[in-house]
Design a protein around this ligand. Structure first.
Ligand SMILES: Cc1cc2nc3c(=O)[nH]c(=O)nc-3n(C[C@H](O)[C@H](O)[C@H](O)COP(=O)(O)O)c2cc1C
Length: 203
């Protein structure tokens, strides 16, 4: 089992909810699968650039072999290969302004490449990836239900883009409402930990 473990919280390992939860899940997978290998990508410590003209042009077939784009293309290809090699994707992500942190969005922009991770057919788009994803999410408010549910562009977005890329087996675990006070914070984290303990490891 090859695990790609991604963190996107701007808080450190001591204080971040999602870093704690994603680590907990990866540890659980490693216990369940002794031969598991883990590639770790910290999108805050090692930030990717926003997609710009160089990155956009690097993938164009007519620019293949152009030394001006070589290092950019190599980095993009390495990110795509890293994702393709993963049987299991683990993403720890806080909600920032109702959606993903921009560091995570930048990674998505680097790996969602037509012809690489998705393709177009006569019937429409088709994801070229497979495997399983675990999303460990946290937010100050509550979005899984209630009046703010329409503002959730974190879980809904991540699930949609992963499905678009072909990863349809997705388990989402949330620690929500952590800004509602220390009791809710602890209860939300305890509930998320419980859910992590209950995941069935099949891959
Ligand atoms: C830049 C920023 C934007 C945030 N935006 C939201 C938001 O839109 N909705 C929300 O409920 N919480 C928001 N929060 C709170 C975080 O989602 C919450 O603290 C979460 O637990 C952080 O996860 P972490 O501890 O892993 O970093 C925001 C926090 C930051 C730093």
């Amino acid at each position: 089992m090859n695990i790609l473990h991604i963190d996107a919280s701007a808080s450190d390992g001591e204080t971040s909810h999602t870093r704690r939860l994603s680590k907990e899940l990866v540890e659980r997978l490693k216990v369940a699968k002794a031969d598991a290998t883990v590639v770790y990508r910290d999108l805050v410590a090692n930030q990717l650039p926003h997609v710009d003209m160089t990155i956009r042009h690097a993938w164009l077939p007519e620019n293949g072999g152009d030394p001006a784009f070589a290092s950019t293309l190599d980095r993009s290809k390495a990110l795509v290969e890293e994702l393709k090699a993963a049987d299991v994707l683990v993403i720890g992500s806080p909600m920032y302004n109702f959606s993903v942190p921009s560091t995570l969005k930048a990674w998505i922009d680097h790996v969602a490449i037509a012809g690489q991770t998705f393709g177009y057919t006569a019937e429409g788009p088709r994801g070229l990836l497979s495997g399983k994803a675990y999303l460990l999410l946290s937010s100050g408010g509550v979005y899984s239900q209630g009046p703010f549910a329409p503002n959730d562009h974190l879980a809904t977005y991540l699930e949609a883009i992963l499905r678009f890329l072909g990863i349809s087996d997705i388990e989402t675990i949330r620690a929500e409402g952590i800004a509602y006070g220390p009791e809710q914070d602890q209860a939300a984290m305890a509930q998320a930990s419980e859910q992590i303990g209950a995941v069935s490891v099949t891959a």
